[in-house]
Each structure stands twice: as structure tokens, then as C-alpha cells.
Design a protein around this ligand. Structure first.
Ligand SMILES: Cc1cc2nc3c(=O)[nH]c(=O)nc-3n(C[C@H](O)[C@H](O)[C@H](O)COP(=O)(O)OP(=O)(O)OC[C@H]3O[C@@H](n4cnc5c(N)ncnc54)[C@H](O)[C@@H]3O)c2cc1C
Length: 463
């Protein structure tokens, strides 16, 4: 058979297995059917029930506005799949083309998509994590439990970690008029994602809304009473607070352990793949039949010097799923690269925060539009003289403009596109805590991609 005939036979009678039946897995399955894949489709997921959406779990579900059970992902089409739910995949055998399940079953495939995402990082002391009143928020059940605890009007909530999820939960507590303490090891909230300058703005936002924000401190112990209920938290500066609810918001752990013996380049940062979402093996060779999408993927982007980037962004999961599905049923010459500029949103303390690009890929940041004290502004991020990202507080309508600047490697700092130019447009160092790895010595960047052409062109760096 020619390779075109092989592909047609695969599209007609082939076996696709999707491991991880959530946002990326479902959207990929729908896209496969849209692309004309008529073979068998098996969805493997360790959670029970219909795939659901996670962003509302730290927002509308916690306010009590949307019941956790009402977060099901809308179906874009029928996918005619076999669903194997409530059992995790425990191994991937690339020699036999089989996914192993924890209950011993083996599921054969011709092509497999891995979209096993991320789980919440638990509190580091197991017995303390098990105390009644200690929560994480990643699943529907987690959010349901926390919503019930908030509805019971706790005397105080402790949020451990002031990233996006922790900050959103603190915001909901204030909205519900619940006293809340936020403990963050870094000098400010959101500083790991957006840098020191925006971190200061986020700290101001929290304090203005009555959050007891404690930065540069570590929670060392969660103490329970005789009934196993949380009652107190201890900090490394010797202080304590009485609290009956603690939310551990210390980020995620990528679900890659089940791939340990698979021979894939899978580890704590995710599963490395090419821009076509094809997984790389341990030697960095591209595999033909293994695809990756969503939070678990670690994908290069030419605009960011081909660094492998892992993102926990809703839009990225959807777009990667579409690219992966297309490439699973396409010949080499018709394959697409996943080149979208990342974008993210969050709502906290009445402010709509949005970003485009990769803010951590920057050495400088500058406020380009609006007013920081009014919490209505845009800040642009730059790396070696070109625009690499932008973040807006209550000012999202200009982000498309900044996306264009990122895609064309426009010089940094960019001019203000509107009359509301801030008085002081001086770039400052972006200042991320901890070691930040920036590429050394690159002489060109590859950028300027046209989404309709799905290709990149080279542009010289500005300095
Ligand atoms: C509380 C919260 C708020 C968020 N808010 C925002 C937001 O405001 N904006 C934004 O852009 N993004 C947000 N996100 C991120 C967004 O939800 C994720 O990017 C998205 O869910 C990624 O989808 P995914 O399918 O890749 O992974 P996941 O949604 O993590 O799904 C992976 C699935 O695979 C399953 N699985 C794992 N291991 C196995 C295994 N071995 N076998 C079988 N199944 C397995 C998991 O249980 C899960 O069901 C938020 C996430 C959370 C948790």
C-alpha cells in the first residue's frame, strides 16, 4: 500500500486511544471526528463522569453561583467513543502499541493522544493534609467540598500560595465577607508568573480588599484538634493564626509518572513534543504515533527561541488538541505546527487580568497604557529589545494589538497606541524570584508567523 492508502485505511478502520478525558482529550476527540476519522475511539480517564471545565472551580463554583455539577464541558459534536472512566492508565508499551490500565486491562492503539494534564500539589505533610478543613482545588469534588466549607462561614480561611488559583480563592473569600490570610513565600502575589512590578500591584489589590497578606513567609505546620479538624497554622517567623479552613494552592504536578518506562521524554516539566504535538522519545527523536496536548505537553515555540514551554492555560489545551488531532490523521506534508501565542485570563478582586505571550520570557517590563493606581492598565514585557508578552488589568481590548507586536518581534518598549499614555513609561527589570533561565547568545529570533499560512519567517533581533 502507498502511504496515502495507509492513511486512508487508518482514517477508516484505525484505533485511536485518548488518555486523559478532560478538556484537551475531549476537544481532540471532537476534532478527530471533524477531520473524518471513522475508526474506533477510546477515551481513558481516571475521573468518573462527563468531562468538565476547571476555570469555574476557583470562581463561580466557590461563590455558590454555579453548582460544581453544572460545569460539564459543552459538547461540540457526538464523538461516538468507548469511555473507560474511573481507572487510570498505568503504562504505555510502545513496542506492542498498548496502553496498560491500573486494573490490568490492555488497550491496543494505532495512534495515541496523551492529555493527562496536571494534579494539585498536595500539602507536604500527609497527616496534616488529611485534616478536616484542608483543601486543594483541581477537581469538581475539591471545589464542591471547599464551597461547602465556605458556605459554613468559617472564622478565617488561610490560603497557602498566592499564584492565580490562590489569589482567586482569596478574592472569593472577601466577596463572601470571610476573613482571609494569604501566605506567600515570594515577595508578592503573582510574582512568579508576572514579575515584581505587577506583583506589587496584586499585593495592593489584595490589601485594599481586606486580605491579611503575608509575603516572604512559609507555613510550617497545620495543627488539628482531637477530632482531626484544622484549628491553627504555624509560620516560619514564629507566628500562628487560628483558622478552620486552609487551601493549599501551591501549583500542580504533571501527570507523567505512568510514562516512566515508556521511553518518552516525560518528566516533571511534562512530555516534550514538537510543534506538531508529536511526542519526543528519550533521545529527542520524534515519535510517529504518540501525540500530546494540554497542560501535560511541553512544546517548543519559534517565537520563544524554540524553548520547550509548558503552559497551564485553557486556550492552549484547546488549540493543541486541535493541532494534535489534525496531525494524527494527516500526511507529513499536511501537518500543522502549533504556533499560537499563549493567552490566559483570571478574575480577582473585581479585576479582569489577561495576558498574551510568555511574561516569564522577559528581562524588562513597562506600563504602556492607562493607570496603575486605578488598576486599569496594560504592561508590555520585553526580552533583549523585542516585545514578548503583555498583561492587562481591566483593559483587555488592546491585547490583540500586543499579540501582533509579539508575532512580529516589534521593538521594546513599544509606543503607547492610545491617548492614555502613562506619565512615566520607563522600563524596569522584570525581576522574577528564583533562578530564571534566559537564553544566552542567540543572534536571530524566528517569528512573524501568519496563522492563516501556518508557517514562520525569520526576523532579526533589534539588539
Ligand atoms: C481551579 C482552576 C482554575 C483555572 N482557571 C483558569 C483560568 O482562569 N484561565 C485559564 O486559561 N486556565 C485556567 N485553568 C487551567 C485550565 O483549566 C487547564 O489548562 C485545562 O484544564 C487543561 O486541560 P487538560 O485536558 O490538558 O488537563 P486536565 O484538565 O488536567 O485533564 C487531565 C485529565 O487526565 C486525567 N488523568 C491524569 N492521569 C491520568 C491517567 N494516568 N490515566 C487516565 N487519566 C488520567 C485527569 O484526572 C484529568 O481528568 C484553571 C485550572 C484550575 C484547576
Amino acid at each position: 500500500m502507498t502511504s496515502a492508502e495507509n492513511l486512508q485505511a487508518f482514517k477508516r478502520d484505525g484505533r485511536v486511544v485518548v488518555v486523559g478525558a478532560s478538556l484537551a482529550g475531549l476537544r481532540a476527540a471532537e476534532a478527530l471526528r471533524d477531520e473524518g476519522f471513522a475508526g474506533s475511539l477510546t477515551m481513558i480517564g481516571d475521573e468518573l463522569g462527563e468531562p468538565y471545565d476547571r476555570p469555574p472551580l476557583s470562581k463561580q463554583v466557590l461563590t455558590g453561583w454555579v453548582p460544581a455539577g453544572n460545569t460539564e464541558l459543552p459538547r461540540r459534536r457526538d464523538i461516538d467513543a468507548d469511555w473507560l472512566l474511573g481507572v487510570p492508565a498505568s503504562g504505555l508499551d510502545l513496542a506492542a502499541n498498548q496502553v496498560r490500565l491500573a486494573d490490568g486491562r490492555e488497550v491496543p492503539f494505532d495512534r495515541v493522544l496523551i492529555s493527562t494534564g496536571v494534579r494539585a500539589r498536595p500539602w507536604f505533610v500527609e497527616s496534616e493534609a488529611a485534616l478536616d478543613g484542608v483543601f486543594v482545588v483541581r477537581t469538581r469534588e475539591h471545589a464542591e467540598g471547599l464551597q461547602r466549607a465556605l458556605a459554613a462561614e468559617p472564622s478565617r480561611v488561610l490560603v497557602i500560595g498566592a499564584g492565580f488559583t490562590g489569589s482567586e480563592i482569596a478574592s472569593i473569600c472577601r466577596e463572601r465577607n470571610i476573613p482571609v490570610t494569604v501566605a506567600e513565600l515570594a515577595p508578592a502575589p503573582l510574582v512568579g508568573a508576572l514579575g515584581a512590578m505587577i506583583g506589587e500591584v496584586a499585593a495592593d489589590l489584595q490589601r485594599t480588599h481586606g486580605v491579611d497578606l503575608r509575603c516572604g513567609v512559609k507555613v510550617t505546620r497545620l495543627e488539628g484538634n482531637a477530632q482531626g479538624r484544622l484549628r491553627r497554622a504555624h509560620f516560619d517567623d514564629g507566628s500562628t493564626i487560628d483558622t478552620d479552613v486552609a487551601v493549599v494552592a501551591l501549583g500542580g504536578i504533571r501527570n507523567t509518572e505512568w510514562l516512566r518506562d515508556s521511553g518518552l521524554a516525560a518528566g516533571v516539566w511534562g512530555i516534550a513534543c514538537d510543534t506538531g504535538c508529536r511526542a519526543l522519545d528519550l533521545n529527542g527523536l520524534v515519535t510517529d504515533d504518540v501525540f500530546v496536548a494540554g497542560d501535560v505537553a511541553r512544546c517548543p515555540n519559534p517565537i520563544y527561541e524554540y524553548r520547550l514551554i509548558s503552559l497551564e492555560h485553557w486556550a492552549n489545551a484547546v488549540e493543541q488538541a486541535q493541532v494534535a488531532a489534525h496531525n494524527m490523521v494527516s500526511a507529513q506534508a499536511d501537518r500543522w505546527p502549533h504556533l499560537s501565542i499563549p493567552r490566559f485570563w483570571s478574575i480577582q478582586f473585581g479585576v479582569n487580568i489577561k495576558s498574551v505571550g510568555v511574561p516569564t520570557f522577559a528581562d524588562e517590563v513597562v506600563v504602556t497604557q492607562g493607570s496603575v493606581p486605578d488598576h486599569r492598565f496594560v504592561a508590555a514585557y520585553g526580552y533583549r529589545g523585542r516585545v514578548t508578552a503583555a498583561v492587562s488589568f481591566n483593559n483587555a481590548k488592546w491585547l490583540d494589538h500586543y499579540r501582533g507586536l509579539i508575532e512580529t518581534a516589534a521593538p521594546f518598549p513599544p509606543p503607547c497606541p492610545t491617548p492614555d499614555q502613562p506619565a512615566d513609561m520607563k522600563p524596569v527589570p522584570v525581576d522574577f524570584p528564583g533562578p530564571v533561565l534566559l537564553a544566552q547568545g542567540a543572534t536571530v529570533v524566528v517569528t512573524g508567523h501568519d496563522p492563516s499560512e501556518r508557517r514562520v519567517t525569520a526576523a532579526f533581533q533589534h539588539r
